[in-house]
Design a protein. Sequence first.
Length: 279
Amino acid sequence: MTLEAASPGANYGSTASGSSFYAAMRILPRDQREAMFQIYSFCRQVDDIADSDGPRDERLAALQAWRGDIDALYQGHPPERLKDYVTSVKTFGLKREDFLAIVDGMEMDVPQDIRAPDMATLDLYCDRVASAVGRLSVRVFGLPEEDGILLAHHLGRALQLTNILRDIDEDATLGRLYLPREALLHAGITSSDPDRVIAERALPKVCLPLAQRAKAHFETSDEIMNRNRRRAVRAPRIMSKYYHAILDLLIARGFNAPREPVRVSKITRIAILLRYAFL
């Protein structure tokens, strides 16, 4: 899963993050909560680099500096900005390769903006910016290894695909288009120019299959969570229900222009918390 998966990058500083991530994390014991906020802080900082308007070479250098800092952390010489991470890494067995995968995912948008990636590249992107965050998170939550990795795989992709569908228009203003090339071509859309694609009447033929793919990932995630300790899956379940509600609203609204933003109502958010936070 992702702490707040959203394109471009993962948009870890978005307003939606405040309502979904923070609500889900506040129910955790202190050590778990602190570890999750450290993971969130890391994601937000590297995401801010990727999404800044600075020169691309400077952004690449800044991301590379983070790789060096992660290496130093795991070599026992944490830099100042990662000193607080030492306890969490040891306590929960957080993996170096997952932190590095997140940096790799953020970097995918830096040399040039992603536009109509093939499905394999889109899946790799989702794995890095969302499922890698999930692989760190499930260790904090205390899920068994195998089911934790599976949950990270499926819920991460479900959340990221939902956000790609939610943010089509916002991404286009930044010159980015995360819809897969194969789906565009299947719908008869040959352009990869974001502004042209979002105006296409055939866009629903691209988005609806992607929404169904996200739904399948949500369903598999539910199966995994249902067979694990309820307390271990409280936080990911809250995020899952919140984002599934967003996906349902997107499908109900449709994908033809003009597309009004969707928002999960306060009543629905409270209902999700009341139902799943105190299991």
